[in-house]
Design a binder for this molecule. Sequence first.
Ligand code: CA
Length: 431
Amino acid sequence: MMALLDDTHDPTLESWIESANDSNTDFPIQNLPFGRFRRAADMDWRIGVAIGDQILDLRRARLISGYDMNQLMSLGREAQRALRLAISQGLRRGSAQQPEWEEREALVASASVEMALPCQIGDYTDFYTSIHHATAVGKLFRPDNPLLPNYKWVPIGYHGRSSSIIPSGTDFRRPLGQTRAADATVPMVGPSRRLDYELELAALVGKRNPLGEAVPIGEAEEHLFGLALFNDWSARDIQPWEYQPLGPFLSKNFASTLSPWVVTLDALAPFRVPYQRPAGDPDPLPYLDSKANREAGAFDIMLEVWLQTAAMRAAGSPGERLSRCNYRDAYWTLAQLVAHHTVNGCNLQPGDLLGSGTLSGPQPDEAGSLLELTAGGKRLIELANGESRSFLEDGDKVSLRAFCERPGARRIGFGECAGTVLPASTTVERR
Ligand code: CA
């Protein structure tokens, strides 16, 4: 897991794709994230790599022979590093492949294609790795005892549903569900009135582990392909009525949006940081602890949430940033999540998605959900155009963004993870 820096990370590298050399692009030659795209609805989904405002079609470039992203992800980190090097060398200024790739039309403008989910999503596990989120949410329900006693020992998680994970840009309906008002004795069914987003990162599993064989923490990252942005939309009025005793259910599984580009752990190598717990906190149990994890198990990734209301859209405004935070503040690292998930012998498979859980920073304005930013809906957020929000309204578009930046490294980004809330279906109410 040590930061393996090689010449693909050289900050002075430039590409013959000029847009990749723009200092503001999320996709310079040092990034090379993977996704799936198609040129037209009647064409195959293909595996591509984002470079500036273009996509390199790996099959047309003759770098791979297949179409199956999960298969590519399953090959493991060593094969992926070799592929990353070949892509980097081919895209460098003055590369020998440029004429051939141009002749084969191996590059296509990102704006002209449709993006899919980056892979076939297998099982979906959502964790709860932000202690700041867990504490802030806990305070809303248990002011005197916000953090449950297991939190600093167990990476808390639950099994979600993958069928409703949708690609960025897919709009979805406000969910209906069962809720019970605080002063009511009988619940009702209807559209959620407390619809929220959750700012998360999704780790996608690459190499599988056989059933019954735990992955030691020292090998954990060999089983991860990379990270994407993930918005785990949540209905805050359905959630409290249904979640006890078995956990979240219909408040979470109506839609979760995943960004199209997977930033590999190799691309993130320059942005590793030490993993530290506050003084006085218990050390993790030995299976969740290693020297490498302490030295460089966390990642410095800035995350942002943007809101564009229907009124902003009509006025031509790109929207307003609601919050930002950093992934380095998470309480558990990626390696710890894999080691814990498999400690009982559970088998992870290519395409499985491990959500970080809502990521919030230590400051109140660094919260990754409206639930926290509005103190449970009690404190309105005033927007610059005069509108205000407690929870999301129909027509609201939420976009997540992320980037990594530090002196001595080229800035890389994650692109966008966006979705717009459509009005609820009226089916239930008509009955
Ligand atoms: Ca979540």
